[in-house]
Design a protein around this ligand. Sequence first.
Ligand code: COA
Length: 154
Amino acid sequence: MSAFASEFFSIRVMLAGDLDAVLELERRCHVSPWSAQLFEEELSRNYSTVDLLWQSQRLVGYLCSWQICDELHILNVAVDPSFRRRGLGRLLLSHVLDRSCASGCTRALLEVRAGNSGALCLYQGFDFKIIGRRAKYYPDGEDALVMEREISCD
Ligand SMILES: CC(C)(COP(=O)(O)OP(=O)(O)OC[C@H]1O[C@@H](n2cnc3c(N)ncnc32)[C@H](O)[C@@H]1OP(=O)(O)O)[C@@H](O)C(=O)NCCC(=O)NCCS
């Protein structure tokens, strides 16, 4: 069933039947949550993957990414507020980076709110570097930082 399994947590790819659980968690994690339509569009794209992190039957996190040629684009990552700072964001990101390496990606890119210090720390811990800033990128006027890192299978 799962691409990854530990004693307590498992990761598998999102299916259409997971939509309600994903939306419920999305609304608790983001200021501007994605709509059902946005997740449905991701499910329909052959280059998009939404990885779901479960504690038994409970959805506790997810990460949406695109693989386009040799680039991995990270679009959305979230962990249930009551499960944060336990290494689960790191677990999701490691899982996706490892898979992308195995499927030929050589670099990863993402955008993050300039004021999202927690997410910035998470990404910097994976050696993502800031390579640009998009002014007023988000609907509420906050800037986005563009981050990048190389991917190698070493
Ligand atoms: C960002 C997010 C996914 C991190 O998930 P998490 O499971 O708490 O992250 P981890 O426990 O794996 O943290 C790994 C490291 O990232 C850094 N980090 C994570 N959250 C942090 C915070 N709030 N403040 C400072 N550093 C933080 C730390 O270096 C941490 O390591 P440490 O706990 O050993 O110090 C989570 O806070 C979240 O869902 N936030 C809301 C959605 C969001 O902002 N997503 C990112 C933009 S799309």
